[in-house]
Design a binder for this molecule. Structure first.
Ligand SMILES: Nc1ncnc2c1ncn2[C@@H]1O[C@H](COP(=O)(O)OP(=O)(O)OP(=O)(O)O)[C@@H](O)[C@H]1O
Length: 618
């Protein structure tokens, strides 16, 4: 074992040791519970099942931002389908396990689909109604046992030779919890985790990085529902099941567990489930008083420690770490080495765009928007019959007074919206009806006017999101990520490329490991530039990249753009700083009041009478 560990990298060694510790803790605690008293067993097993539910809810609510009150309903479907199919039709309990997981997962996919139509409070209410309907149906039908409920199936005991293991139900529930922990913690340690946070906090950024956010939301909800189905399957072995055990208050209770323990944390949902399940047993007083005390604890946590128990522990740990962290510095100037394209300096030679991309043919068109018409909510047209043709390898400026339609045109070119009429082609292919992720996979990437990033993640983790479409199968591999050698290699590659991308835009490693919430505006802008550059775009669209930057940082961005141009990347840049635009750009397009004024070289545009009148104020 020690030779095996010695051959591993420090990170792999930590993962291996973590897995061994988890397995030993699981075996020891399950053995203890399985041989414990009936009272201990019923308390711990119920807590373990609620831990599964809390972990599964945290995946959708805490990580992905889909607040569901439907988990009690999904839980009920798992428990009742197992009980009814076994007691009425004699189906094998072990066959019912995958059926329950898959069946409830499919219902979850349907519920997840609703999240694409309604979000936030409306999604919570929709899922709440789902739970109500499930419970009403279970209460009304006679074959479900009505309000009285029905006896759950009997889980087979261990054979006599293994009787020393104790209660088989305890092992079954323990194994279900272990599997859930492995799946959730694997996702959290995979590159999918930052992507899910981006879907929650910065969906346009995730979409611009090539993530199909709708598919991802539906899929994650389906996975979470499957885990609720697993919890229901295991719960059916604990005795009698009745509709009251799955009412809407149970959905709320699962959410309370997540919040008390710490939303979006590894251990929080488990601690919350243990606390809420044990509370009535430990504080064994008048039930009314008990509820009042529990309510007070919840209010105190929400008001003073909104991140729950684990959030409190985490913020203490961050404060201690911050004391020992070296001061981060921005590299003020980027070396101007004409032989090394700055934005791609981090890539291996065989991957570097500059070495693989043929030099642009003169006047070859990279992106063309023709006859673009677009109006918001059928109101006044924001763009009326606008043309913009961008030549390959050029830096092309887009300027115009406030409200002239620059951001709207950028959003249409990058796929955030589609035009009412007109065509957009990239590399000769029509893209105007493609969504942002599809355009990103075609090499059309963008940044946003005010940086759209995940504030709780470090700059390095944010930049890594930009690589999502470059590493196949991240979502499919994520539930067992640390167990896969190739996946761990990919994690290392993503981390290395992210640091290199940040270095290439002039950010030191100190900033790479700082949370975006704690970095200055300039670092935030450079981080989103690195996140767009890392995926080697062929066309890069920058929406006001200089907004709020110091003169040193402006010079730094200019240098980065020159590096991109040398690497053959076509850059479209929207900017108000005309000095920068006229200095940097090969061609400039000018818009005014949603109409095209002119396109031409900096000299042509500066000399244009209409431009001087509408924009330069002369
Ligand atoms: N989400 C929206 N809903 C309705 N109207 C909008 C929306 N976004 C922009 N507009 C309108 O569309 C027109 C063009 O706006 P747009 O933001 O594209 O201009 P802009 O040139 O980028 O301006 P700025 O330089 O201030 O960013 C404006 O009249 C604006 O009020």
């Amino acid at each position: 074992m020690s030779t095996f560990l010695a051959r591993q990298s420090p990170r792999s060694r930590r993962v291996t040791i973590g897995m061994v510790v988890l397995l030993v803790a699981y075996l020891a605690s399950t053995f203890g519970v399985a041989n414990g008293s009936y009272g201990t067993q019923s308390l711990v097993l119920v807590a373990a099942i609620f831990a599964i539910l809390a972990l599964s809810l945290d995946l959708v609510a805490g990580v992905t931002g889909l607040y569901s009150l439907g988990h009690a309903g999904l839980f009920a479907l798992g428990a009742y389908s197992t009980t009814l199919l076994n007691s009425k039709f004699g189906w094998n309990l072990f066959l019912l396990l995958p059926l329950s997981i898959a069946g409830v997962g499919i219902v979850g996919l349907v519920l997840g689909f609703l999240s694409l139509r309604v979000s936030g409070l409306y999604f919570a209410i929709t899922t709440f109604i789902f739970t109500l309907v499930v419970v009403v149906l279970l209460s009304d039908f006679s074959f479900t046992g009505g309000l009285q409920g029905i006896a759950g199936p009997v889980f087979p005991d261990f054979p006599p030779g293994l009787a020393f293991l104790g209660s088989s139900v305890a092992w079954c529930v323990g194994l279900s919890l272990l599997v859930t922990i492995v799946i959730i913690w694997s996702i959290r340690s995979s590159p999918l985790y930052p992507v899910l946070l981006a879907i929650r906090d910065a969906e346009p950024f995730a979409a611009a990085a090539g993530v199909r956010t709708s598919v991802m939301k539906v899929g994650i909800f389906g996975l979470s529902a499957s885990l609720a189905g697993l919890a229901g399957w295991a719960f059916s072995f604990l005795g009698f099941i009745s509709p009251g055990q799955f009412s809407w208050t149970v959905s709320v209770n699962i959410l309370v567990m997540v919040i008390l323990g710490g939303i979006n944390t590894r251990l929080g949902p488990i601690i919350g489930a243990a606390f809420v399940s044990a509370f009535p047993v430990v504080v064994s007083i008048d039930p009314f008083l008990q509820e009042v005390i529990f309510g007070l604890i919840f209010v105190v946590v929400i008001v003073f420690f909104p991140q729950g128990f684990m959030g409190l522990v985490g913020s203490l740990a961050r404060r201690i770490r911050a004391r020992f962290r070296p001061t981060a510095v921005v590299v003020e100037a980027v070396e101007d080495d004409a032989s090394t394209p700055i934005a791609y300096a981090h890539l291996a030679p065989q991957e570097a765009v500059s070495t693989t991309r043929a030099l642009p043919a003169v006047d070859e068109v990279a992106l063309a928007a023709k006859n673009i018409v677009f109006g918001y909510n059928r109101g006044v047209l924001a763009l009326n019959n606008v043309d913009m043709v961008v030549k390959r390898g050029n830096i092309h400026g887009l300027i115009g007074p406030n409200g002239s339609g620059k951001s709207t045109l950028v959003n249409l070119m990058s796929g955030r919206m589609s035009p009412n009429s007109g065509t957009i082609t990239a590399d000769g292919v029509r893209i105007e009806r493609l969504r942002a992720p599809a355009r990103a996979r075609r090499g059309v990437m963008r940044t946003f006017q005010s940086a759209v990033l995940v504030r709780e993640l470090t700059a390095q983790e944010n930049v890594g999101i930009g690589l999502y479409s470059r590493f196949p199968g991240i979502a499919a591999r994520s539930p067992i990520w640390p167990l896969l050698m190739g996946a761990r290699r990919d994690s290392r590659a993503i981390a290395q490329k992210s640091i290199a991308a940040l270095t290439s835009v002039g950010l030191s490693s100190g900033w790479a490991t700082t949370r975006v919430a704690d970095v200055p505006h300039g670092v935030e802008q450079l981080t989103q530039l690195a996140a767009a550059c890392i995926a080697e775009p062929s066309i890069l669209i920058l929406d006001e990249p200089l907004a709020g930057l110091s003169s040193g940082e402006v010079e730094q961005v200019s240098e980065i753009l020159r590096g991109l141009k040398r690497a053959g990347v076509t850059v479209i840049v929207v900017e108000h700083q005309t000095r920068f635009i006229f200095e940097m750009c090969d061609e400039v397009t000018v818009l005014a009041a949603g109409e095209l004024v002119t396109t031409g070289t900096a000299a042509d545009v500066r000399a244009n009478e209409r431009v001087r009148e509408v924009y330069l104020g002369q």
